[in-house]
Design a protein around this ligand. Structure first.
Ligand code: ADP
Length: 626
């Protein structure tokens, strides 16, 4: 099976083949036409040349027969006025004239057609006495005054050209003078011809030819009537007139023809090619019924046409290959350009994308920077707000606690008044021991009041923000002290489970207390209405963490509370009671400490809040602010 490559090549090869054939054919045709035109021109020149030389040669003798009419002896002989001496004289005269003119023979015939005197009178086969009335030139001359004839001699069988002219004495025709010119004589002028030439007579018989073997061949086939007529006139003296074998191939312009001459064995001896194809150009010879034909061999034209055709085929193949090559190159160049363009396009696109991305990136960067600065701003604002809220929360707590505080302070104040009043009276009585006991009691009460005051101050104070080791126990103590009025009021029980020494975490005690107040406060709120509310508080160290839990026995956290527990302003409490900020602030504070605050439901009921802070290295040393 042919490969795909071969299948692709097939139409190209077929096209190449067709082009080669066409170009070869066209080149052959054109070269042949041009060659033929050239040959025709040369042939015409030759025709002119040969006609002129032949005419000149014949013309040389044309006047000769007529001049015999100037000879008195000749006229007298023909006029039958011979006294017996005339004939030898005329014969001698004719003999001399024949010799001088270089003709074959000269003789005179009387009106009956009998030869009365002849140049060859000495020879045994002399014409004298011969009856030549049957010869066409005799009759022609008798009819028109002159006659011309080609023929072969009847006595010696010598071919020649007969020129006859009537001789008249006192305008009466007395006879005819005849000159026979040898054909060789005429052919002399052709000794230098470059191409084969021939002269055929009115019967198509070649009488003169540059090729000896062509003589007495016929150019056309003779029918029987013509042949029997020849026998009568003995024009060709019964020679076998063989056909030359000339076949006409085609007729060209200006009477030219393409002919072929068949090869006949044995080969004719000639300096020219005598067989093959020729360009034949003919022309009638003026003053004769003859036709001169010049043959130019076509071999050279054919050879040139073939060479040109081969060159054209070669040139076509080369041009085709060149074209294919150029086409292939152009295709490759196009591919390369397309590839380069695609590459450039891809490169441009990539650059564009990079530029876009860079712009995006810068925009994103800007946005990010903006966002970061926004965040920082928001954080700051939030922190400020948070601080404010913490502060507000504290103030709110103080507000809440104010009743309790007032109550708390009123009691010792009332006790102080009573005790101080009693002291005065006991001093007056001189009861120093009771006075002393009263004063100690007063001092205790003042201490307690100072403690409440200091706690309130601490709570209200803004935090420094610095993390310090804080004992959770201490923070819890402070918180419970602060919440004591509330706890007492609610009859709440606090169950502390803290192993000594309690954990020390890194934080800010004030803010941690704030968180614890909030968690314990929420626990109390959740158990509001319970007769004996209980809050379990534990603190312990777990690994690197300090953990504190506040658990109540309230209803616990429902689903909504769990999912929104640390969100600001989430509250289930009545308006004015809860703001929903407690856990949010608490979680924020613990986060600031780096710890966590989580709310969940205890498996045995109630809510449990777990607070985890990073343990300080000083975990065994209870530290904190007063
Ligand atoms: P507030 O106390 O002002 O409502 P918080 O942030 O402290 O704000 O509490 C938010 C909400 O979380 C409360 O309204 C309550 O519904 C719920 N919550 C907090 N602690 C407890 C708890 N111990 N038991 C049940 N619910 C609680």
């Amino acid at each position: 099976m042919p490969s795909r490559h071969t299948l692709r090549l097939l139409p190209i090869l077929m096209l190449l083949f067709t082009l080669m054939v066409l170009s070869g054919f066209a080149a052959h045709r054109v070269a042949r036409q041009l060659g033929l035109a050239d040959l025709q021109t040369t042939g015409l020149h030759r025709l002119d040349l040969y006609t002129a030389s032949l005419e000149r040669e014949i013309g040389k003798y044309a006047f000769l027969p007529g001049t015999l009419g100037l000879e008195r002896d000749v006229l007298a002989l023909l006029g039958k006025n011979d006294d017996g001496s005339l004939a030898p004289r005329v014969n001698a005269y004719l003999e001399q004239l024949n010799e001088r003119a270089g003709t074959l023979s000269i003789y005179v015939i009387d009106t009956a057609g009998r030869v009365v005197a002849s140049s060859n009178w000495r020879r045994a086969d002399s014409f004298i006495g011969e009856d030549l009335a049957f010869r066409p030139y005799f009759r022609e001359a008798m009819d028109s005054g002159s006659g011309r004839f080609f023929g072969i001699g009847t006595t010696r069988g010598e071919p020649g050209y007969y020129l006859a002219s009537t001789l008249a004495n006192d305008s009466q025709t007395v006879g005819i003078a005849v000159i026979k010119v040898s054909l060789e004589q005429l052919e002399k002028s052709w000794s230098t011809v470059e191409a084969p030439a021939m002269v055929s007579d009115e019967n198509g018989v070649v009488i003169l030819g540059s090729v000896a073997d062509w003589k007495f061949t016929t150019l056309r086939t003779l029918d029987e009537t013509t042949r029997s007529a020849f026998d009568q006139t003995q024009q060709y003296n019964r020679r076998a007139l063989k056909p030359l074998g000339l076949n006409e191939i085609s007729e060209l312009e200006h009477g030219a023809r393409l002919v072929s001459i068949a090869k006949e064995a044995p080969e004719m001896a000639s300096v020219y090619p005598v067989t093959g194809r020729f360009l034949a150009q003919s022309r009638p010879l003026p003053g004769t019924p003859w036709t001169l034909t010049v043959l130019s061999h076509l071999k050279q034209v054919d050879d040139t046409a073939l060479t040109r055709s081969a060159l054209a085929v070669l040139a076509t193949a080369l041009l085709f290959m060149f074209g294919m090559n150029i086409n292939e190159r152009r295709r490759r160049l196009k591919d390369r350009l397309a590839a380069r363009e695609a590459l450039q396009h891809a490169h441009d696109e990539l650059e564009l994308k990079v530029a876009e991305r860079t712009v995006d990136l810068s925009a994103a960067n800007l946005l990010l920077t903006d966002e970061i600065s926004e965040r920082i701003r928001a954080e700051r604002t939030l922190r400020a707000a948070q601080d404010e809220l913490v502060q507000a929360g504290k103030l709110a707590a103080i507000g809440q606690m104010s009743t309790g505080i007032a109550h708390e302070l009123n009691q010792p104040l009332a006790a102080l008044r009573t005790l101080s009043g009693n002291c005065v009276r006991f001093l007056e009585r001189g009861d120093l021991a009771t006075t002393r006991s009263n004063l100690e009691r007063i001092a205790q009460l003042v201490d307690r009041m100072g403690l409440i005051n200091s706690q309130l101050r601490t709570f209200a104070r803004k935090s420094s923000g610095e993390l310090q080791p804080v004992s959770l126990q201490r923070a819890l103590d402070n918180t419970l002290a602060l919440l004591e009025p509330r706890l007492t009021e609610a009859h709440a029980e606090i169950q502390r489970q803290c192993a000594e020494p309690g954990p020390v975490a890194l934080c800010d005690i004030n803010r941690l207390e704030q968180v614890l107040i909030n968690l314990i406060g929420n626990a109390l709120d959740a158990m509001h209405g319970q007769p004996a509310p209980c809050i379990e508080i534990s603190c312990e160290s777990a690994g690197r963490q300090a953990r504190l839990t506040v658990r109540d026995f309230g209803p616990g956290l429902d689903e909504e509370a769990i999912s929104h527990l640390f969100e600001p302003f989430f509250t289930t409490k009545e308006a004015g009671v809860g703001l929903g900020l407690g856990l949010t602030i608490s979680a924020g504070i613990i986060r600031d400490f780096g710890g966590t605050l989580k709310g969940a439901n205890h498996p045995s009921g109630g809510a449990i809040f777990t607070l985890e802070l990073e343990l300080s290295k000083l975990s065994d040393e209870a530290t904190g602010h007063e």
